[in-house]
Design a protein around this ligand. Structure first.
Ligand SMILES: Cc1cc2nc3c(=O)[nH]c(=O)nc-3n(C[C@H](O)[C@H](O)[C@H](O)COP(=O)(O)O)c2cc1C
Length: 387
């Protein structure tokens, strides 16, 4: 096994071992990718405050997210098409998360179905739903998630319409891929991926194909999804979906104080300050820049988490220091999966936990719950550059 010291190592292997169209699908943002880039560069602008001669024995990264014990405040975010990064990808990621003791979120747009993941992953997971204008689908899929023992619902609220990613159009992204000449030439160098794919039946959108009337193959699926994202979404509809679920709910994709206040008022157990990893509104501010004002506004009413741009344990530390009670990671674990399958996801989690633990120690803290504004140094104007 190659020596993996950081998420960047996994990313390099992911790129080498995964078909270009799926690597590009993960590693891109919408339009000019400004928000995608700033999600990481804004983290890099924040510095940590070193402390010395502080007892650093008996440290722990363990905490809780919506009352659930977690080995560290990091959940695996919902990522569509994970089963195309590696055969049976959702099952592999869910297993790695369960063994590590962090939550896994299954996307509506997954390749492995809810039932498949429940059967093979060995621990309750969270289910993510898009706000679709099809009550029958919503009800059925929520019933399936309940029957599979999903312990929380993540409602993604920032995708009523799909942001454009240039590379996906240029690569002709489909699941499974269509065998054009460039795709075949690319696959010739990704033989391990191909062999594993030949060995699985899970190659279509498992939560949708066969579960929705009129959608029996991928081409009818693309028409269905284009029609079903709900352009008329409002807070009443979100509340209705929350009531339909009746359990714990996380609202993901909040990037504005007013929206955070609405999310808290409808009773979300947690909100995720997120710009969808820079894949939706290009030109929006990074999540880490928006976090402090949102924590200030609603942090006492609901748990505020953050995703978008986390590539290290130091980033998790910075988010916690600025008031997040938890985080989610997308690409960091997808890099691990694409690089090495289940062991790669485990490695990604180990890397992040170790970085978090060591950095916390060098900041003079023993518990993630104790991290606060004192642990970071912000560049002048970081919080009010934009108004
Ligand atoms: C390839 C890819 C697919 C995604 N698919 C979904 C999805 O199906 N549902 C969803 O709510 N978010 C989706 N997201 C957004 C992630 O849940 C998360 O918000 C984002 O990845 C966080 O940013 P990061 O990748 O920088 O950690 C996706 C992100 C990526 C990179």
């Amino acid at each position: 096994m190659p020596v993996i010291t950081c998420i960047e190592d996994l990313k390099r292997l992911h790129r080498k071992r995964t078909p270009k169209m799926f690597y590009d699908y993960a590693e891109s943002g919408s339009y000019s990718e400004q928000t995608f880039r700033e999600n990481t560069s804004d983290f890099a602008d924040i510095r940590l405050r070193q402390r010395v001669a502080v007892d650093m024995s008996g440290r722990s990264t363990a905490t809780q997210m919506i009352g659930q014990d977690v080995a560290m405040p990091v959940a695996l975010a919902p990522v569509g098409l994970t089963g195309m990064q590696r055969a049976d990808g959702e099952i592999k990621a869910a297993r790695a998360a369960a063994k590590f003791g962090v939550p896994f979120t299954l996307s509506t747009m997954s390749i492995c179905s809810i039932e498949d993941v429940a059967e093979h992953s060995g621990a309750p997971f969270w289910f993510q739903i898009y706000t679709l204008n099809d009550d029958t689908f919503n009800r059925n899929v929520l019933n399936r998630a309940k029957a599979a023992g999903c312990s929380a619902l993540v409602i993604t609220v920032d995708l009523q319409i799909l942001g454009q990613r240039h590379k996906d159009l240029k690569n002709g992204l489909t699941a499974p891929p269509k065998f054009t000449l460039p795709v075949l030439m690319d696959l010739a160098t990704k033989w391990q991926w191909g062999l594993e794919m030949l060995g699985t039946k899970r190659r279509f959108f498992g939560n949708i194909v066969g579960h929705v009337e009129g959608v029996s193959d991928p081409s009818s699926l693309s028409t269905w999804t284009a029609e079903k994202f709900d352009p008329t979404l409002n807070w009443d509809k979100i509340k209705k979906l929350m009531d339909m679920w009746g359990g714990k709910v996380i609202l993901k994709g909040i990037l504005d104080v007013e929206d955070a206040e609405m999310a808290a008022s409808v009773g979300a157990d947690a909100i995720v300050v997120s710009n969808h990893g820079g894949r939706q509104l290009d030109g929006a501010l990074s999540s880490i820049r928006m976090l402090p004002s949102i924590v200030e506004a609603v942090g006492s009413k609901t748990e505020v988490w953050l995703d978008s741009g986390i590539r290290s344990g130091q980033d998790v530390l910075k988010a916690m220091a600025l008031g997040a009670k938890g985080t989610m990671i997308g690409r960091a674990y997808i890099n691990g999966l694409g690089a090495m399958g289940e062991p790669g996801v485990t490695r990604a989690l180990e890397v992040i936990q170790k970085e978090l633990d060591i950095s916390m120690a060098l900041c003079g803290e023993k518990r993630v719950q104790d991290l606060g504004r004192d642990n970071v140094l912000l560049p002048k104007g970081f919080l009010d550059t934009y108004a």
